[in-house]
Design a binder for this molecule. Structure first.
Ligand SMILES: NC(=O)c1ccc[n+]([C@@H]2O[C@H](COP(=O)([O-])OP(=O)(O)OC[C@H]3O[C@@H](n4cnc5c(N)ncnc54)[C@H](OP(=O)(O)O)[C@@H]3O)[C@@H](O)[C@H]2O)c1
Length: 353
């Protein structure tokens, strides 16, 4: 590669936007070309507009960058979006129509028929939807999305199991971190000494997105996978890292060791291509009886893996286990950056024309 591609981050001051800023520092293929946020922030230097919440310090390179509006016209090759769904739909479409590749975190376009809901380890063929989308938009631009933060941790574990044994039914009960609600997010008085058994819209996303991701691309569309998922989502008093208690039944019931082997040996295209953000192990299996735990395990594989533990037979379904994913890294900014790396490796990110 002769030069790094220039990326804009829309929603750069937010919880996800801050992770983009952190993960793009010293990225070997991409550099930050512009940052943008709401009218509240436009014209301000990043260090003044942003209430920095990532545990490590704000990277120096970003401190004095000035925020612009979320409108096409930015001098970049492509765009990362960490915008709220309330506005992302229209803004991302505007950028795509203006010729920018848009690599989005937001929920707005995930289930659009011609928009890839991409997990590079699972469904790289879904990128074949892009030319169809470009002809609908009549543009060289397009939108690629990554899943909801709860979905992606779950589906990275489900994918190798579905491939090997055929999933029949999945039940998942989540314990989701506060940072998943953005900033300022949930009021302190609501979460102190408490668990909230409701996250608006979350259960529907977890019950539908995996079926698109695990679906097969054929003749210009994705045929959804056919099995049932039941999700019950809870907000808990943890900073980062979503824990999920899963139980599953299979068409061919594996032995426990076959199930562990399918998870632990899962490797795919990002690992073969050695993409810069690809985890060496997309699924990490732990043996200790009391793991995974958010505080101890969320940074395994730099926050890009799903961490699975407590794999055991279930008296109701075939097996049950716990899994953990870092919601702002593999669940958001890290996932989008990995998506962009795959797009570049596939020659689909030549930049805005
Ligand atoms: N948090 C997670 O773990 C997570 C995981 C996966 C996906 N997501 C998705 O990622 C997106 C961002 O979530 P978040 O948690 O980062 O939210 P957040 O902390 O509330 O940040 C929102 C960002 O969007 C900007 N913004 C808000 N209204 C705007 C407007 N009208 N025009 C332009 N910019 C505007 C804000 O800028 P100002 O600072 O100027 O207001 C801020 O930069 C959402 O779609 C969310 O569903 C979040």
């Amino acid at each position: 590669m002769t030069r790094k591609l220039r990326a804009a981050v829309l929603g750069a001051t937010g919880t996800v936007g801050q992770r983009f800023i952190q993960l793009l520092e010293d990225h070997p293929w991409f550099e930050l070309g512009a940052i943008a946020a709401s009218g509240r922030s436009v014209g301000k230097p990043y260090r003044r507009a942003c209430s920095w919440k990532v545990p490590e310090p704000m990277p120096e390179y970003a401190e004095d960058l000035v925020l612009g509006p979320c409108r096409p016209g930015l001098e970049v090759d492509f765009v990362f979006s960490g915008l709220p769904s309330s506005i992302a739909g229209e803004v991302e479409s505007d950028f795509a129509r203006a010729g920018y590749p848009v690599v989005s975190n937001s929920g707005s376009h995930r289930m659009d028929e011609d928009v890839p809901l991409l997990v590079p380890e699972i469904n790289p063929r879904h990128l074949e939807l892009i030319p169809l989308q470009q002809s609908r938009l009549q543009s060289s631009g397009y939108i690629v999305t990554n899943p909801n933060c709860t979905t992606i941790a779950l589906v990275l574990a489900l994918a190798p199991l579905h491939r090997a044994f055929g999933l029949e039914r999945v039940s998942v009960v989540t314990m989701q971190a506060l940072s998943g609600a953005g900033y300022p997010g949930v009021a302190g008085l609501d979460v102190a000494d408490n668990v909230l058994p409701y996250i608006e819209g979350e259960e529907a996303k977890v019950e539908t997105e995996p079926l698109k991701i695990l679906g097969k691309y054929k003749d210009g569309k994705v045929d959804r996978a056919e099995f049932g998922i039941s999700a019950q989502c809870h907000r808990v008093n943890v900073q980062d890292g979503h824990l999920e208690a899963v139980s599953a039944s299979f068409r061919q019931r594996p032995s426990r060791s076959e199930l562990v082997e399918a998870l632990a040996s899962f490797r795919s295209l990002p690992q073969e291509l050695n993409l810069p953000s690809a985890p060496r192990r997309p699924v990490v299996c732990l043996d200790e009886p009391d793991r995974p735990q958010p505080r101890l395990d969320r940074y395994l594989e730099k926050g890009m893996a799903t961490v699975v533990g407590r794999i055991r037979p279930c008296p109701v379904q075939d097996y049950k286990f716990d899994l953990l994913g870092h919601n702002t890294i593999r669940g958001a900014a890290g996932a989008a950056i990995l998506n962009a790396e795959l797009l570049l490796a596939r020659g689909m990110l030549e930049g805005k024309q």
